[in-house]
Design a protein. Structure first.
Length: 353
């Protein structure tokens, strides 16, 4: 989704990926010219199909005929007769899941497999835990792509549930949406020492059993982490566990008694404010110096449709409903107001939208 400025850029990234031992390429029609450039790269590099796993995606909600035409167009752009994996791109709302299980989406996915155009069917989701649980329990999907990050572990139990059921799990953007870990602030570098933040975060996910980690390369040099982490699966070492413990302790020390424990006892909010998600960003900004990342995410709220939260901290009406439920006695309305003052900034455009 990032190597899309030219066919030459895509070819260079794909060539470097193959050299690094990567065998899974994931794209989508929604990523601008990505499929066109990737198809050209595959043809020019003459890669035998059996050497790669190829995944693309379709947005939910289309009727059967339109979905069939979109899938055929993806195959044509990629220059292949079959996808290994087809994902519902952004299964974020209940109506998206209904479409995939009972509506035109169910017919589309069934047709694609029956015609031999795709191998397994899965989904990516930025939705709620309850929605993802429903999707995993449906027995319809062979894999899922979820936000699984060292600094956002809410969905890790879902990943374990999926893996136990034989469902493949891909972590969405551990380096970028997981905290811009390719450009860590000094506090975070210190907190993770002697390890760099990005490989420590990847190792955390590998040790949790996550099947596939994404790299999101825009240039060949971005794939250096794939080389460095080759064969780096298995349990966390004692040194890695100690580093993660120091990381947690450092964040707690800087936040003091105002650290949000992410227990979610404050929910539901009568005003539908996503309190834990907002206070998690505050935790990262004040606890680990990750203000640029936290501000970037905060200022996408309400501007990314169903791909991210709809309400920011300014939607808090100070009703106090959350206060008696917080086991730590946090002054939640005050913390939300402080979070808004800290992170609110002019909006930035999403990479894809």
């Amino acid at each position: 989704m990032r190597a899309v400025e030219s066919a030459g850029q895509m070819r260079a990234v794909v060539e470097a990926a193959l050299a690094a031992g990567i065998n899974h390429l994931e794209t989508a029609p929604a990523y601008g010219p990505a499929e066109v450039h990737l198809g050209a790269a595959l043809r020019e590099l003459a890669i035998p199909p059996q050497h790669l796993l190829l995944t693309s995606k379709l947005l939910p909600g289309v009727d059967l005929a339109s979905g069939q035409a979109q899938l055929r167009a993806s195959l044509q752009r990629l220059g292949v007769a079959r996808l290994d994996n087809l994902a519902v791109h952004g299964l974020n709302r209940p109506e998206h899941l209904d479409w995939a299980l009972q509506g035109d989406g169910a017919a589309l996915l069934g047709w694609a497999q029956a015609e031999g155009l795709v191998g397994q069917v899965g989904f990516s989701s930025h939705g709620s835990v309850a929605l993802i649980e429903r999707a995993l329990a449906s027995d319809r999907f062979g894999f899922c792509s979820l936000h699984l990050h060292l600094f956002d572990q809410e969905r890790l139990p879902l990943a374990r549930q999926a893996l136990a059921a034989g469902i493949g799990v891909m972590a969405i953007s551990p380096a970028d949406k997981g905290g811009r870990l390719y450009d860590p602030p000094p506090e975070l570098v210190e907190d993770c020492s002697p390890f760099a933040p990005l490989p420590l975060a990847y190792r955390f996910l590998l040790a949790a059993g996550v099947s596939t980690l994404t790299l999101g390369a825009a240039q060949p040099a971005d794939l250096g982490w794939a080389v460095a982490l080759a064969g780096a699966d298995g349990p966390l070492t004692a040194a890695e566990q100690e580093a993660l413990a120091r990381l947690a302790e450092a964040g707690q020390r800087r936040l003091g008694a105002e650290a949000c424990g992410q227990c979610r006892a404050c929910l539901p909010c009568p005003s539908e404010v996503p309190i834990p998600a907002l206070l998690r960003l505050r935790n990262l900004a004040l606890g680990h110096g990750m203000t640029p990342f936290a501000s970037e995410r905060y200022n996408l709220i309400g501007r990314a449709d169903h791909w991210w939260e709809a309400l920011d901290a300014s939607a808090c009406h100070r009703c106090g409903d959350c206060l008696p439920r917080c086991p730590h006695g946090l002054p939640i309305p005050d913390l939300l107001a402080a979070t808004h003052r800290l992170l609110a900034a002019p909006p930035r455009r999403r990479l894809w939208g």
